[in-house]
Design a protein around this ligand. Structure first.
Ligand SMILES: [Zn+2]
Ligand SMILES: [Zn+2]
Length: 151
Protein backbone atom coordinates (compact mmCIF):
# COMPACT_ATOMS: atom_id res chain seq x y z
CA UNK A 1 0.00 0.00 0.00
CA UNK A 2 1.32 3.42 -0.86
CA UNK A 3 0.79 6.21 1.61
CA UNK A 4 -0.02 9.52 -0.02
CA UNK A 5 0.47 13.01 1.44
CA UNK A 6 -3.29 13.52 1.05
CA UNK A 7 -4.02 10.59 3.38
CA UNK A 8 -1.66 11.97 6.02
CA UNK A 9 -3.22 15.43 5.68
CA UNK A 10 -6.68 13.95 6.09
CA UNK A 11 -5.59 12.24 9.32
CA UNK A 12 -4.00 15.47 10.53
CA UNK A 13 -7.27 17.28 9.91
CA UNK A 14 -9.11 14.67 11.95
CA UNK A 15 -6.59 15.02 14.79
CA UNK A 16 -7.08 18.79 14.67
CA UNK A 17 -10.84 18.38 14.84
CA UNK A 18 -10.49 15.98 17.76
CA UNK A 19 -8.22 18.47 19.53
CA UNK A 20 -10.77 21.24 19.06
CA UNK A 21 -13.54 19.00 20.35
CA UNK A 22 -11.54 18.04 23.40
CA UNK A 23 -10.75 21.66 24.16
CA UNK A 24 -14.37 22.64 23.77
CA UNK A 25 -15.38 19.86 26.14
CA UNK A 26 -12.79 20.26 28.90
CA UNK A 27 -10.78 23.32 28.05
CA UNK A 28 -12.09 25.61 30.74
CA UNK A 29 -10.40 25.20 34.07
CA UNK A 30 -12.74 25.60 37.03
CA UNK A 31 -11.21 28.19 39.30
CA UNK A 32 -11.71 28.49 43.00
CA UNK A 33 -12.21 24.81 43.53
CA UNK A 34 -10.05 23.08 46.05
CA UNK A 35 -10.84 19.73 44.50
CA UNK A 36 -8.19 18.14 42.32
CA UNK A 37 -9.00 18.78 38.66
CA UNK A 38 -10.41 15.56 37.20
CA UNK A 39 -9.76 16.67 33.63
CA UNK A 40 -6.02 17.25 33.79
CA UNK A 41 -5.29 14.10 31.81
CA UNK A 42 -7.92 14.96 29.19
CA UNK A 43 -6.41 18.40 28.64
CA UNK A 44 -2.99 16.80 28.39
CA UNK A 45 -4.39 14.47 25.76
CA UNK A 46 -5.61 17.48 23.79
CA UNK A 47 -2.08 18.81 23.84
CA UNK A 48 -0.69 15.53 22.52
CA UNK A 49 -3.31 15.38 19.81
CA UNK A 50 -2.45 18.90 18.70
CA UNK A 51 1.20 17.90 18.61
CA UNK A 52 0.32 14.77 16.64
CA UNK A 53 -1.63 16.81 14.11
CA UNK A 54 1.39 19.06 13.57
CA UNK A 55 3.70 16.08 13.12
CA UNK A 56 1.30 14.52 10.62
CA UNK A 57 1.30 17.74 8.59
CA UNK A 58 5.12 17.71 8.64
CA UNK A 59 5.18 14.08 7.53
CA UNK A 60 2.78 14.90 4.70
CA UNK A 61 5.01 17.74 3.55
CA UNK A 62 8.10 15.49 3.68
CA UNK A 63 6.35 12.81 1.70
CA UNK A 64 5.15 15.30 -0.91
CA UNK A 65 8.72 16.49 -1.37
CA UNK A 66 10.02 12.94 -1.76
CA UNK A 67 7.40 12.07 -4.31
CA UNK A 68 8.34 15.01 -6.49
CA UNK A 69 10.23 13.60 -9.39
CA UNK A 70 12.31 15.50 -11.86
CA UNK A 71 11.20 15.50 -15.46
CA UNK A 72 14.43 13.92 -16.64
CA UNK A 73 14.04 14.35 -20.39
CA UNK A 74 17.54 14.66 -21.80
CA UNK A 75 17.25 18.27 -22.93
CA UNK A 76 16.12 21.46 -21.22
CA UNK A 77 13.19 23.75 -22.02
CA UNK A 78 11.86 27.07 -20.80
CA UNK A 79 9.53 26.09 -17.91
CA UNK A 80 6.89 28.43 -19.29
CA UNK A 81 7.33 28.30 -23.04
CA UNK A 82 8.74 24.90 -23.88
CA UNK A 83 11.04 24.31 -26.81
CA UNK A 84 12.02 27.94 -27.19
CA UNK A 85 15.62 27.92 -26.02
CA UNK A 86 18.65 29.18 -27.85
CA UNK A 87 21.98 28.12 -26.51
CA UNK A 88 25.31 29.64 -27.32
CA UNK A 89 28.58 30.14 -25.51
CA UNK A 90 27.25 28.25 -22.51
CA UNK A 91 24.27 30.55 -22.00
CA UNK A 92 20.68 29.56 -22.75
CA UNK A 93 18.01 32.11 -23.56
CA UNK A 94 14.27 31.68 -24.09
CA UNK A 95 13.23 33.27 -27.38
CA UNK A 96 9.84 34.19 -25.92
CA UNK A 97 10.47 35.54 -22.41
CA UNK A 98 14.21 36.27 -22.77
CA UNK A 99 14.90 34.43 -19.53
CA UNK A 100 18.52 33.28 -19.46
CA UNK A 101 20.35 30.45 -17.76
CA UNK A 102 24.10 30.55 -17.23
CA UNK A 103 24.59 27.04 -18.56
CA UNK A 104 23.85 25.10 -21.69
CA UNK A 105 20.35 24.17 -20.65
CA UNK A 106 19.53 22.67 -24.02
CA UNK A 107 22.09 19.91 -23.65
CA UNK A 108 21.39 19.04 -20.03
CA UNK A 109 18.76 16.70 -18.63
CA UNK A 110 15.69 18.65 -17.55
CA UNK A 111 15.58 19.18 -13.78
CA UNK A 112 12.12 20.74 -13.54
CA UNK A 113 9.54 18.87 -11.44
CA UNK A 114 7.48 16.40 -13.43
CA UNK A 115 3.88 17.59 -13.35
CA UNK A 116 2.38 15.54 -16.16
CA UNK A 117 2.14 11.92 -17.18
CA UNK A 118 2.09 11.55 -20.92
CA UNK A 119 0.88 8.27 -22.40
CA UNK A 120 1.57 7.81 -26.08
CA UNK A 121 -0.39 5.65 -28.49
CA UNK A 122 1.81 2.63 -27.76
CA UNK A 123 1.05 3.01 -24.03
CA UNK A 124 4.50 4.26 -23.06
CA UNK A 125 4.33 6.55 -20.04
CA UNK A 126 6.70 9.51 -19.76
CA UNK A 127 6.71 11.94 -16.87
CA UNK A 128 7.23 15.52 -17.99
CA UNK A 129 7.39 19.03 -16.67
CA UNK A 130 5.08 21.84 -17.83
CA UNK A 131 7.60 23.11 -20.38
CA UNK A 132 8.13 19.72 -22.00
CA UNK A 133 4.42 19.07 -22.17
CA UNK A 134 4.01 22.20 -24.29
CA UNK A 135 6.33 20.72 -26.89
CA UNK A 136 4.85 17.24 -26.57
CA UNK A 137 1.30 18.52 -27.09
CA UNK A 138 2.39 20.08 -30.36
CA UNK A 139 4.29 16.98 -31.50
CA UNK A 140 2.19 14.03 -30.28
CA UNK A 141 -1.40 14.53 -31.28
CA UNK A 142 -2.59 11.14 -30.08
CA UNK A 143 -1.02 11.14 -26.66
CA UNK A 144 -2.99 11.33 -23.41
CA UNK A 145 -1.94 14.00 -20.93
CA UNK A 146 -2.64 13.43 -17.25
CA UNK A 147 -1.85 16.12 -14.70
CA UNK A 148 -0.02 14.61 -11.69
CA UNK A 149 -1.21 15.16 -8.13
CA UNK A 150 -4.35 16.92 -9.26
CA UNK A 151 -6.70 14.57 -7.41
ZN1 LIG B 1 10.28 31.46 -21.80
ZN1 LIG C 1 11.17 18.86 -18.60
Amino acid sequence: MTVTPEQLRALATRAEALTAELWALCGTVQNGSAEPDPLVAARQAAGWLARGAEDLQLAAADLARLQEQPCGLPWGVCPEHGNTLNSSAGISTCRVCQRTWAHDRLRRPCDETATWKVIDRAGTVTRMCDGHVLGARAAAGNATFVRLGAD
